[in-house]
Ligand binder design. Structure first.
Ligand code: NAD
Ligand code: FES
Length: 295
């Protein structure tokens, strides 16, 4: 059992949770994720680490309450326990050696971009962080990023923070101003990563994107997390989650993401009806159905 030490709503959609997990806190690195299960009838979900404190023995996750399990998770309190909290999974982001970096966070992806920026900044790199949110009430980790970056630009789609535009517009401006990046990291919606990668490709800037497909087992067995990279498919859980942003087939990733949406809706409805077991069964059945159809 893994005790929850702290739960805090960061805004209407996003929750921060600190979990006691000593062994993982000592090993996990930026870019890696954990798989958690709330109880014996719950599904396993992957969540990328936001922060790890090996002294306190804690791992922090930040998640959006959008699916059946994350909605249930957001209702938990400090003192509750999680049945499983396993990891680290996936490969750490390759951050060594970069000197001038732009770290791009889109919405919730900012929670994952933050430890990458922090690591790079602590290694002595110049780190410009560019984040984008739909509106100012959704802005995440502004103070934390300010403390661990060379500069921070926050964009909003509606301009409510006085800085309207997409993250790609801010990145283009930085490049036009002469920022000579040797690495760009992008974490956020697939469509955002697609356009960040298209921009950096024009300038030949090495770019990693963090892919976030549906994951079931996190061990390379189920095939649910396949991502088309170059000529073949890779498993985000064991080969990623970071991939060369110039090789990822984003349209294929969006198509696969959309094909799983129906089972998420079934699971959500079941949870709303306080029937978590039915949600898991429905999700598993639909998942098998999709795998069976070779999706
Ligand atoms: P969002 O849809 O509000 O988008 C956030 C920002 O991304 C926007 O403000 C904008 O600046 C940028 N963006 C969006 N579309 C763009 C485009 N076409 N061109 C350039 N920039 C664009 O994000 P949200 O609602 O917070 O959703 C978070 C998303 O991030 C979800 O889709 C979730 O699956 C994904 N996510 C990904 C990871 C990952 O590891 N890749 C992790 C967590 C969340
Ligand atoms: Fe099953 Fe990656 S989550 S293969």
């Amino acid at each position: 059992m893994y005790p929850i030490k702290e739960v805090r709503a960061l805004n209407n959609e996003v929750t921060k949770m600190v979990v006691e997990a000593l062994q993982i806190s000592k090993k996990i690195k930026p870019g890696q994720f954990i798989m958690l299960r709330i109880d014996e009838v719950g599904e396993r979900i992957p969540l990328t680490m936001n922060e790890a404190d090996p002294v306190a023995g804690t791992v922090t996750i930040i998640f959006q309450a959008v699916g059946a399990t994350t909605k249930q998770l957001a209702k938990m309190k400090a003192g509750d326990t999680l049945l499983d909290f396993a990891g680290p999974f996936g490969n750490p982001t390759q951050l060594e050696g970069a000197k001038r970096v732009a770290v791009i966070g889109g919405g919730l992806g900012t929670a994952i971009a933050y430890p990458q920026a922090k690591f790079l900044y602590e290694q002595g790199a110049m780190v410009d962080v560019i984040t984008g949110f739909r509106t100012k009430d959704l802005i995440l980790l502004e103070d934390e990023i300010n403390a661990h970056s060379t500069s921070q630009i926050i964009m909003t789609d509606d301009g409510s923070n006085g800085n309207q535009g997409l993250v790609t517009e801010a990145l283009q401006r930085r490049i036009d101003e002469g920022a000579n990046y040797d690495l760009v990291l992008a974490v956020g919606p697939v469509i955002m990563m697609k356009f960040v990668a298209a921009l950096t490709k024009k300038y030949g800037i090495k770019t990693y994107v963090s892919m976030n497909p549906l994951m079931i087992d996190g061990t390379g067995m189920c095939g649910g997390c396949r991502v088309k990279v170059g000529d073949g498919y890779k498993h985000a859980c064991v080969d990623g989650p970071d991939f060369d942003g110039h090789l990822v087939d984003y349209d294929d990733a969006m198509r696969r993401g959309a094909s799983y949406r129906s089972f998420e809706n079934v699971a959500n409805d079941a949870v709303d009806a306080a029937d978590a077991a039915a949600a898991v069964d429905a999700a598993a059945a639909e998942h098998e159905c999709l795998i069976g159809r070779g999706k």
